[in-house]
Design a protein around this ligand. Structure first.
Ligand code: IMP
Length: 422
């Protein structure tokens, strides 16, 4: 049984929550492998909208075990409150049963959040536009080997010495930078209290997953953010601090490398939240109209998302780095009444044309666009590809042709059943 890995193809917010919810119906384990509560995965259930930040989207299915893998950075206070909210919504979240947390996952502290916001303020006009949730500083401390892991919360003596080590490194410059120092006593007490609550769920999830894989269980790896926000392969430095593409799937779970089916999720147009280059961005009224039509506002921060044309150059690049041979195309219904344009190449500042995503000066390329005829019909009730308006079909086929990726699933609305399978 191949493991399936779902990744966002551009800068996140492609509608992964809905697709994972849909795929989770046939899955035993749903596993987050990277990112933190910077993510916002939206599900539309019969009881209404549900936004998950840290808990995997399989939690709404009673038969799945949901795993927060070692590659995720966890704010334990946020996690406790997310679990409380899910329980208030009537979901049966049981730590140690249907929700497992890697003892190796690194911890986001309140100090990381303050450091994130401080660094952003310092960057001024060069800011990244982070979610301000402490993601980058938590991963930095992991790399610097001063981070705390969830398993530390269960070991008071270790926790104390790890916190003292971290405070020794940070407090000197925190104070110099005008930030309040880390109060080891207070932070330690808070973390131990959170650890007591989370204790039944904190286990060696890598061992659990390796056993599950050996036993032929169906595993779904839930990517967060998108390939172009990947720390190494994305639009650096305007990226997140984790390996959001498939590269993070094994190191972030403890599963051995094995054959994966990689599914890339792309919207029928492009969006980006935060700063950074976006070649097909529409900075005009059309972009505003698209934002309203698609309700393009961040599910984590509420920020308006930048909107633009579908970019086959960027999508093909992400398909190549992630290994995604197939795309799930979401939000096709949103393009009703809009002109349809596809970017098929970039013109570089030196006048040459490329179909490769450049590592530098992406903000200086000019998108080379082709226009296709649009459609005026409401697609939300359509369930068969042949029943889509001819122009919508042609648009999907043009995306396949220019990306070289097959599209077998098209989403035509936020609800579970608003899907076309070809
Ligand atoms: P950070 O992950 O908070 O450090 O933010 C780094 C960049 O990634 C910013 O441009 C954020 O807007 C973006 N980002 C982080 N998480 C998400 C997400 O889940 N969806 C879309 N963009 C995200």
């Amino acid at each position: 049984m191949p493991t399936t890995c779902v990744v966002g193809i551009l800068w996140g917010d492609e509608g992964k929550g809905k697709v994972i919810d849909y795929l989770a119906a046939d899955t035993d384990y749903v596993v987050r492998f990277g990112g933190g509560h910077n993510a916002g995965h939206t599900l539309v259930l019969s009881s209404g909208k549900l936004v998950l930040h840290l808990v995997p989207s399989g939690i709404v299915h009673s038969h799945t075990t949901n795993v927060i893998g070692n590659g995720v950075v966890v704010d334990p206070i946020h996690l406790c409150s997310e679990i409380d909210k899910l329980r208030l919504r009537g979901l049966d979240v049981q730590l140690g049963k249907n929700l497992l947390l890697s003892e190796r996952a690194h911890v986001i502290l309140e100090a990381h959040r303050r450091q994130d916001q401080w660094a952003e303020a310092l960057r001024g006009s060069g800011k990244i536009g982070t979610t301000g949730r402490g993601i980058g500083p938590a991963y930095s401390d992991r790399c610097s080997r001063v981070g705390l892991r969830l398993g530390d919360l269960l070991r008071p003596a270790r926790l104390r010495s790890a916190l003292e080590g971290l405070a020794a490194q940070k407090n000197a410059w925190f104070v110099a930078a005008g930030l309040a120092p880390i109060d080891v006593e207070a932070v330690g007490a808070e973390l131990i209290a959170a650890g007591d609550r989370l204790r039944p769920g904190i286990v060696d999830t890598g061992a659990v997953l390796r056993r599950a894989h050996a036993a032929g269980k169906r595993i779904l790896l839930e990517g967060a953010q998108g390939c172009l926000l990947d720390l190494e392969q994305g639009t650096y430095p305007f990226v997140t601090s984790s390996h959001a593409s498939t590269g993070g799937a094994f190191s972030g779970t403890g599963l051995p490398p094995h054959l994966l089916r990689v599914v890339g999720i792309a919207k029928a147009y492009a969006t980006r939240v935060g700063e950074g280059p976006f070649p097909t961005e529409l900075k005009d009224d059309l972009g505003n109209r698209l934002r309203i039509a698609g309700n393009e506002f961040g599910s984590t921060t509420g920020r308006p998302r930048r909107c633009g044309w579908f970019d086959t150059v960027a999508v093909r690049y992400s398909g190549a780095i992630s290994g995604a041979g197939e795309l799930v195309l979401t939000n096709l219904d949103v393009l009703r009444g809009f002109p349809l344009k596809l970017c098929i190449a970039y013109k570089l500042p030196d006048g040459t044309t490329t179909t490769e995503l450049p590592a530098f000066d992406l903000d200086l390329v000019q998108p080379q666009l082709i226009e296709l005829p649009g459609f005026d019909d409401d697609l939300r009730q359509v369930r068969r590809f042949e029943d889509l308006p001819k122009n919508a079909q042609a648009y999907v086929q043009a995306i396949e042709q220019h990306t070289g990726m097959s599209i077998r699933t098209v989403s035509v609305g936020p609800e579970r059943q608003q899907v076309i399978l070809r």
